[in-house]
Design a protein around this ligand. Structure first.
Ligand code: IPM
Ligand code: MG
Length: 366
């Protein structure tokens, strides 16, 4: 099959990790008989420097015309001025809104080889396998009013956490659909003891639950969830929550995996269902790591796993997704490690070498 992909390397380690993604895509295409038509675009700091905006209208349009969009990360000290009119992150937010990517899917999986790399006790994190479904185009990030102004008594600012029932329903459905393919447990996270938007969230969630009698639903307050995540992460299967809560909880949850270099993410413009292709955006959860950019040190595993998510949700290629995930597990089992996950007795490799090992295994995959 033929697929059109928009490729946005971004800043910092973006370009070098994208090289490995492309290497893996080529190997995958060869092995499984697909061709990927890649169109490159700029996003983030590099787009600000070269095009004067963090995401141009042309690049956004190119993304709209694609089956999926792959990106690495944006940002760096060069663009970190709090007074700047435009920031690299604006490109990311414009893309989320511009492509209506309302469902952010962040799996957190603790590989057995990583249990000692986390700051938590090994027996707590061992066996962690959860997915956070974060609402991505509403809540405090986009709600109006949103501004800062000066009054006679000083400066003031406001952000608005606002949700419609339609926005809640579609994201909660994503949670139920994913839970159905896993351990059939959904935890909806809110702050219904204080917030109106959370009370509506809870009402809508219990209405949608009627369509999913096979799923065990529980509601949890966000502060309790923050605690529970490090106390007993294996409690969770799928978590669904609003934008800001999801932002905070997913950074916390990423620690359970041992390294940010291992976790992929997907942002979708629809509810995933078997056989349905949805426009999606795929990125590792780690940032642009400007401190190690250009040094062949960055870990490409999260990026490669984000391609697996793309195969599954946007391209209708579940066997290819599974192949990639199996190959990454095998590579780790054989002892290959980038510096961020290196431990005694293992084989240390650079970004490129890790990509090569993966590409070779794809070619031989049966
Ligand atoms: C994330 C990031 C972004 C967010 C920033 C870079 C705007 O923290 O993807 O979690 O807050 O959504
Ligand atoms: Mg975040």
């Amino acid at each position: 099959m033929k697929f059109k992909l928009a490729v946005l390397p971004g800043d910092g380690v973006g370009p070098e990790l994208m090289n490995e993604e492309v290497k893996v895509l080529e190997a995958l295409g060869k092995r499984f008989g697909h061709s990927f038509d890649l169109k490159y675009g700029l996003i983030g700091g590099i787009a600000i420097d070269k095009e004067g905006t963090a995401l141009s209208e042309d690049t956004l349009e190119m993304c709209r015309q694609s089956d999926a969009v792959v990106m690495i990360a944006v940002g760096g000290p060069k663009w970190d001025n709090p007074k700047a009119k435009v920031r690299p992150e604006d490109g990311l937010l414009a893309l989320r809104k511009g492509l209506a990517l309302f469902a952010n899917i962040r799996p957190v999986f603790t590989n057995d080889i990583m249990v000692d790399a986390t700051p938590l006790k090994a027996d707590i994190v061992k066996g962690t396998d959860l997915i956070v479904v974060r609402e991505l185009t509403g809540g405090l990030y986009f709600g109006r009013p949103k501004r800062q102004w000066t009054t006679t008594r000083g400066r003031r600012a406001v952000d608005t956490m606002s949700y419609s029932e339609q926005e809640i329903e579609r994201i909660v459905r994503v949670g139920f659909e994913l839970a159905r393919k896993r351990r059939k447990k959904l935890t909806s996270v809110d702050k219904a003891n204080v917030l109106q938007s959370s009370r509506l969230w809870r009402q809508v969630t219990s209405e949608v639950a009627k369509d999913y009698p096979d799923i065990a639903l529980d509601n949890m307050l966000v502060d309790t969830c923050a605690m529970r995540l490090i106390q007993k992460p294996t409690y969770f299967d799928v978590i669904v929550t609003e934008n800001t809560f999801g932002d905070i909880l997913t950074d916390e949850a990423s620690l359970l995996a041992g390294s940010m270099g291992m976790l992929p993410s997907a942002s979708l413009a629809g509810v995933p269902q078997e056989g349905k292709k949805i426009l999606g955006f795929y990125e590792p959860i780690h940032g642009s790591a400007p401190d190690i950019a250009g040094q062949n040190k960055a870990n490409p595993i999260a990026s490669i796993l984000s391609l697996a998510m793309m195969c599954r949700y946007s391209l209708g290629l579940s066997p290819e997704a599974q192949a990639l995930e199996e190959i990454i597990a095998a590579v780790l089992k054989e002892g290959y490690r980038t510096p961020d996950i290196m431990s005694e007795g293992k084989k240390m490799v650079g970004t490129k070498e890790m990509g090569d090992v993966v590409a070779k295994k794809i070619a031989k995959y049966t």
